[in-house]
Structures are given as C-alpha cells and as structure tokens.
Design a protein around this ligand. Structure first.
Ligand code: ZN
Length: 210
C-alpha cells in the first residue's frame, strides 16, 4: 500500500488504530487552533511564498477537508465502493475567499468540523470500517474507511506542522514579539483576572524559556 509514511510530517499510517482518530482528531485540531488564536493577524495571514497558503488559509482548508471527509464516509456506507468526488482544493480556496475570512469564525468552524468528522468515524461498527471507496490520493485506488480515517487524521497533523513552520518564520521576522503576544495570551487564559503588568512579566519569562 502506498503512502504509509509521510516524508514531510512523519505521519505513519500504520502507527495507530483507525478508531483512535476519533479522539486524536479533535485534540490535534485543538492544538492547531491554539497556535492560530493567539497570534497577531499579520502572522496568521502571512503567506510565506508565492503559492503557499497562510496559517488562516490552512485552517480554512482543513475545515473544508473535514466536512468533505464526513460526506465521503456516508457515501461509502450507502454506495458500493463509490469514487470520491474531488474537493477542488485550490479552486475552493479562491472561490470562497479563504484569505478574507474572519479568524475567530474560522477557528470555531474548524473545531466544530473536527468534532463532526470524529463523530462520523466514531459511529462506525466493526464491519463498516472495511467499507471501501475509490480514493484519489496518492493515486486512484480502493481504500477502506479505516484508511480514510487515518488519512483524515494525517491531514490535521500535516497542516499543524505547516502552520507551526509559518508561524515560526513570522516569529523570526518580527524579533519574537509575535511569540511574546502568543505567550501573554496563553498566560491570560490561565490567569484570567490578573493585572496586565503581572501578565506581561510572566509572558516575558515564559518567552525566554520557550
Ligand atoms: Zn504529512
């Protein structure tokens, strides 16, 4: 079987049970949303190069992937080995204006889509995991829903790595102030109600040991 190990993010398609995705997907998406929530808008909307999405656009893409996967699960359960429809990822990003979307709304939608996709997979019984569809990645071939589950989790893990890489570049470009703001907001979430001066002191200390 092709594509068992992703050379970019290290995701191993054989490393975990398909059922584990139901818990792992919301957790990984939660990490991704945490990365994107506390950064300046300039960092979240940074396109690191021509043809490369910003963190916000990756979040929009992953949201739409998860919605699409949920529909593919239903089709594979109802139809005999259907050929999945392409989601037209690049055209979709332009046509539905990912770059102009509101960050808070996108992150809320992404969390919801992760819960919805995880619920669809969690609803499968023993024989349903073996239902198949013709999946187009990396080449058209029959895939079980167990494989589709692992591949869906891979999408989240892979794009979490993408977003972290771009945000690290944004941190380096602005001398670390992006990370200070990120740390301050994380601390504020833990220490809600503390005076802002205290939060700032704690955030600086946090940044130095990051
Ligand atoms: Zn990967």
């Amino acid at each position: 079987m092709a594509a068992m190990l992703c050379r970019e993010c290290g995701f191993d398609y054989e490393a975990g049970a398909a059922e584990a995705m139901c818990h792992e997907l919301p957790r990984v998406v939660g990490e991704l949303c945490g990365e994107a929530a506390g950064r300046p808008d300039s960092a979240v909307r940074l396109r690191p190069g021509p043809g490369v999405w910003s963190p916000l656009e990756y979040c929009c893409h992953l949201r739409d992937v998860l919605i699409t996967q949920r529909e593919r699960v239903v089709r594979a359960l109802v139809e005999d080995c259907p050929t999945v429809l392409p989601m037209h990822r690049d055209e979709r990003a332009e046509l539905t204006r990912y770059a102009a979307e509101d960050r808070a709304k996108v992150l809320a939608q992404l969390r919801a889509a992760a819960e919805m996709a995880a619920w669809s997979f969690a609803s499968l019984d023993g024989s349903q995991w073996a239902r198949t569809c013709i999946y187009n990645y990396p080449e058209p071939m029959p895939r079980t829903l167990a494989w589709v589950s692992r591949h869906t989790l891979h999408e989240a893990v892979h794009h979490l790595a993408d977003v972290r890489r771009i945000l690290a570049r944004a941190d380096a470009a602005d001398g670390g102030s992006t990370r200070i703001l990120h740390s301050a907001r994380l601390v504020r979430g833990c220490l809600g109600g503390y005076p802002s001066a205290t939060l700032w002191d704690v955030s600086i200390a946090n940044w130095r040991v990051y």
